[in-house]
Ligand binder design. Structure first.
Ligand code: ZN
Length: 592
């Protein structure tokens, strides 16, 4: 008989939450005589960056079962070796964790609430991580509850069957508003920490439920016992997916304007879709995780890109957005990533699409996507952005090849059926499922969109759905085309500073540089406010002299102005669309 492993147990206390500390006491079963080595992950799944959580650990003490102090030695940046424990059968570890980073993958503690992410909080013995882990949260008096995707043994007492689940289940403690609803017999909780009169709690819960119901319709069943939406209304942003929960951060006013609310719904829709895509249907490299090193995969374009394709699509399918909102970019001209036009426009205006193939964007996420700098737009492409559009093109391709009998939904369901268990998919396996769904070998198409930097071809999709790109004229001012220099700038203490030099712009051709301060145009002073208007005094093709301060040296840079590019990528329904095309569009957007 194999004895079930004894659990590692943790008690978390907040004796002085205003100081942003959590105090953890862990009891770790230890074999007699043997030294015990414990570790803390250096990253957390879903967020592909080494975060060095161990830097927030302090004041570690170890005692044996008799209260005798044990020596501790650091063996790596994130590992500690505890001296042989003699006859004791367990070791008690105490340590403090500094929690003051307000993101979805780090810890936060203040007088109102605590967000604890497992990877940043719970030290584990090295070796077999398949053992139970229990957490007891001792709440400060004024806090009401703690909640997590973990099974609850009793209030504030959680159990994870293994370390992966512990890391995958952030715990929120505080006094949040909890909105409960049931779909398919399963309990769901929208947990709004920081809900005030500014936030429409009832509406946010109702619409979250619609997103759940829409996914149930697509996938056929819900793959969990309960699901917790941790929604921290803290004027921060971001989301991190988990198997049975999600941690999201949002602004206080997000239910008060259509734009902000759509963004929030899009976040909910994206993160919840991950309960299938990536948390269960996953690239083979993403689990079991190596918590001490980077885990490389070529397939984040599926995990994130296809999730980004479905997030806004499921909103319109759930009746939460309109056809115009889904297809067309918002009028203000701002970058709008939740409409298809906005996404195409963003991709086609990112020079890095011609430099980095999408599979490499995924593989290098650790050093590029998660470490953006002023040159990122020139050298890399987002696997969210391009992946989402490839999802759309693949959807249209499957529909066309099967004469509308199959869609990407069928491909995703088949992939889920095959690869959501113990083993994830390889690139070849995922692509084979899609070829099978389409009834045609798509290998060469996948090669083109994944491994080359060839431009995406939208023709097949626009033709199938009866869409077209609006004819675009170059932007005009005073009845003539607008002059264009093409750098991106930012104001800094009232000064106009160049922040990016995109490839292919007049600014690049002229040799302007990031961090140049723009002082004057043709010997006349310019300022932050007047810069755009001043450019309008010129016509495309004009030669100008830009006076810049470059690391304090004043220099003159001649620039030949170009013509401001037109917005070429705005989709609209083709007025000549046939009834068949109109039907394709309707079927696609309704998800029926
Ligand atoms: Zn995501």
């Amino acid at each position: 008989m194999v004895e079930a492993a004894e659990p590692v147990t943790y008690t978390v206390r907040f004796p002085s939450p205003v100081s942003h500390y959590a105090e953890v006491e862990a009891t770790i079963p230890a074999a007699k005589q043997k030294a015990l080595e414990v570790f803390l992950p250096v990253w957390t799944p879903g967020s592909y960056l080494i975060r060095e959580y161990a830097r927030n650990i302090e004041n570690m003490r170890a005692t044996d079962g008799n209260g005798r102090a044990l020596g501790i030695q650091k063996t790596r940046k994130n590992r500690w070796l505890i001296e042989p424990v003699g006859v004791a059968t367990s070791v008690r570890l105490q340590y403090r964790v500094y929690c003051r980073e307000m993101t979805v993958r780090t810890n936060w503690v203040d007088e109102n609430f605590a967000l604890l992410n497992g990877a940043a909080t719970f030290l584990s013995p090295l070796g077999d991580l398949h053992r139970p882990y229990q957490v007891t949260v001792e709440l400060p008096h004024s806090w009401k509850l703690s909640i997590s995707g973990l099974p609850e043994l009793s209030p504030n007492h959680f159990e994870a069957p293994d370390y992966d689940t512990l890391v995958d289940s952030p715990i929120l403690a505080g006094s949040p508003a909890v909105h409960e609803f049931v779909v398919d017999g399963k309990k769901h909780f929208l947990v709004n920490e920081g809900e005030t009169a500014l936030w429409d709690g009832a509406r946010s819960a109702r619409d979250t439920q619609k997103i759940v119901e829409r996914n149930l319709k697509m996938w056929g069943s819900l793959p969990y016992q309960k699901y917790v939406f941790l929604n921290l209304i803290v004027d921060s942003g971001g989301g991190l997916e988990h198997k049975n929960s999600v941690c999201m951060m949002t602004g206080r006013y997000a239910t008060r304007t259509r734009k902000a609310y759509l963004d929030w719904l899009d976040l909910v829709s994206h993160e919840y879709f991950h309960a299938w895509n990536v948390k269960r249907l996953r690239p083979v490299e993403l689990g079991p995780f190596d918590y001490e090193n980077e885990n490389y995969t070529h397939n984040l374009w599926v995990a994130e890109g296809f999730t980004d394709y479905y997030a806004p699509l499921n909103l319109i399918r759930a009746g939460l957005s309109t056809e115009t909102e889904y297809l067309m970019a918002r009028p203000a001209g701002e970058r709008d990533m939740s409409s298809l036009s906005g996404q195409i426009d963003a991709l086609q205006n990112t020079p890095g699409r011609l430099t980095q193939p999408m599979e490499m964007a995924s593989y290098d996420s650790w050093i590029k996507a998660y470490r953006p700098d002023e040159n990122s737009g020139n050298t890399s492409i987002s696997y969210y952005l391009k992946g989402g559009l490839v999802g759309w093109l693949l959807d249209a391709k499957i529909r066309r090849l099967t004469d509308g009998k199959k869609s990407l939904d069928d491909g995703m369901r088949l992939a889920f059926e095959r690869y959501s268990g113990e083993h994830g998919y390889t690139s070849e396996q995922f692509q084979a499922v899609m070829s099978e769904t389409a009834g045609q070998d798509l290998t060469s198409w996948f090669h083109k969109v994944l491994q080359t930097t060839d431009e995406l071809d939208y023709t097949e999709a626009t033709e199938w759905f009866g869409l077209e790109f609006k004819k675009a004229e170059p932007p005009k001012s005073d009845n003539r085309s607008k002059a264009w220099i093409g750098f991106v700038s930012k104001p800094l203490e009232g000064r106009l500073i160049v922040s990016q030099i995109p490839r292919g712009t007049p600014a690049e051709a002229a040799g302007l540089s990031v961090d140049d301060e723009i002082l004057a145009l043709d010997n006349w002073r310019v300022n932050v406010e007047g810069w755009a208007k001043r450019l309008e005094q010129y016509a495309p093709g004009d030669m100008v002299e830009v006076l810049v301060s470059r690391r304090d040296q004043v220099i003159r840079v001649p620039v030949k102005l170009g013509e401001e590019p037109s917005k070429k990528w705005q989709l609209q329904v083709n007025p000549q669309a046939t009834d068949e095309q109109k039907l394709h569009l309707k079927v696609w957007l309704s998800g029926e």
